[in-house]
Design a protein around this ligand. Structure first.
Ligand code: PA5
Length: 443
């Protein structure tokens, strides 16, 4: 299980940072367990690692096997909560080309933006490949994935005919309603469900994340087992619960004037996990003028760019470092008889040793520079640990949002841009807003 080391954060915290929050944490725990706090109707994720639809889980595994057998590429179409979790896990556990197992297809993500060039490049790439599509949208009406789906569906139908394409399209959407649900029913696509009680950013352990993750060759039983273990451990109340500690420390540091939390990873493959985390905390807490701004850095690369600011810029930062105890492989630093670079004192040492000293040295330097450091230690980069990390951050986010006094499960702020975009696109019903916006934009 994960470990949380707060020894490099406590010097920045008042003595009662945890004890003064225990009652509020217990209330938050109860609200999550009983689904009766603000947004309680979206807390179906709390027991998801053990209470999930086994029949659908088996269908996910079967669909993933089929995709692995008939596709060189899986195009996963979705945005936000319908995108980031799958990419986070696939990249964390994989390598740069996302191939995790023999016969696993390459996984590409589309519909997570509106870049013409990115989409066109992917269209070119799949043109001479066997491919399938997993289109994911809870509402079924989000513009970016809907547009991308139109395009890739047309490509697939052109290549395999309407019937052939039908067997290569997997739709993950609401169980009852929405445009995608209607289309999937009408066309006879295989369907998977985004449960009503699970919002996008908490949906990685539903079919939203599980189908692409399984198609990539990752053992989703291990992923769920890791999450279930974390759920069991973190559901117990008490000051030694690391989710309680993390939520309380963030809350206390925010109260003490910190306003930005940097999630720090030392693995390039962690980058999208940090993107997932940013959505989780940003959408859950960034409302009513509250919340730490979630950002991320990748060390040691960013020590050579953002390192300066972290060390000496505005003292508004805290860092949460996710550290993996073991690298999967070992690389030894070779001996060089000429020693021109003066590095022979490292000859024969594992690169991991160097990385470890970089982490330790950075941590102390940043603490000396006034940046509290919380260190979350995970074991290897494997499916079980990924499940633990997901559940830990989700559960701590629920607690943390309630401590902050917001509804951690809504996202009213994301509608503003959509309304403007629809008006500017000329969507029927938005005529008045359109002329007002055009007037503002054209001066
Ligand atoms: O967390 C959220 O609710 C959002 O990020 C959504 O997941 C995102 O907007 C995509 O929505 P949908 O799945 O309805 O297409």
């Amino acid at each position: 299980m994960l470990k949380l080391d707060l020894s490099n954060a406590t010097p920045f915290l008042p003595e009662d940072w945890l004890t003064s929050r225990l009652d509020a944490l217990e209330q938050a725990r109860t609200m999550l367990a009983e689904h009766n706090g603000p947004g309680g109707e979206f807390t179906g994720w709390v027991r998801l690692p053990v209470e999930y639809d086994r029949e659908e889980f088996a269908r996910i595994q079967a669909a993933a096997r089929k995709i692995r057998s008939d596709s060189q590429v899986l195009v996963v179409i979705g945005i936000g909560g319908s995108y980031l979790g799958a990419r986070a896990v696939i990249e964390l556990l994989g390598s740069a080309d996302h191939k995790l197992a023999p016969n696993a297809p390459e996984i590409f993500f589309a519909g997570n933006g509106l870049s013409t060039d990115a989409l066109a490049d992917l269209m070119d790439y799949v043109a001479d490949k066997d491919f399938s599509i997993n289109v994911i949208s809870k509402s079924g009406t989000t513009t970016e994935p809907a547009v991308a789906f139109r395009i890739f569906k047309a490509l697939l139908e052109e290549k395999y005919g309407k019937d052939g394409a039908r067997g290569r399209i997997y739709a993950t959407t609401d169980a009852h309603k929405g445009a995608l649900k209607g289309l999937a029913d009408a066309e006879g696509y295989e369907e998977f469900v985004v449960p009503d009680a699970v919002g996008g950013r908490y949906s990685v352990l539903t079919a939203v994340g599980l189908l692409p993750i399984a198609a990539a060759g990752i053992d989703i039983e291990d992923l769920m087992a890791g999450a279930a273990g974390a759920m069991e451990t973190l559901s117990w109340p008490g000051a030694d619960n690391i989710a309680w500690q993390y939520a309380a420390a963030r809350n206390a540091l925010c109260a003490a004037g910190k306003s930005i939390e940097l999630l720090v990873g030392y693995e390039p493959s962690f980058r999208f996990f940090a993107e997932w985390w940013k959505q989780l905390y940003g959408e859950s807490e960034g409302k009513e003028g509250k919340g730490l701004f979630p950002a991320s850095v990748e060390f040691t690369a960013d020590l050579h760019s953002m390192g300066q600011y972290i060390q000496q810029g505005q003292r508004i930062l805290l860092e949460t470092v996710v550290r993996f105890a073991k690298s999967r492989r070992e690389v030894l630093i070779p001996h060089d008889p000429d020693n021109v670079d003066g590095l022979n004192f490292l000859s024969g040492k594992p690169l991991q040793f160097v990385a470890e000293q970089a982490l330790r040295g950075t941590l102390l330097a940043h603490v000396d520079g006034g940046v509290p450091n919380l260190v979350l230690e995970a074991q290897g980069r494997d499916a079980k640990t990924a499940g633990e990390l997901i559940y830990f951050f989700e559960y701590a986010c629920g607690l943390s949002g309630y401590l902050l006094g917001v509804n951690p499960f809504d996202q009213p702020g994301v509608e503003a841009y959509k309304k403007n975009m629809f008006a500017l696109l000329g969507k029927p019903g938005y005529e008045d807003q359109r002329s007002a916006l055009e007037k503002r934009l054209n001066g």
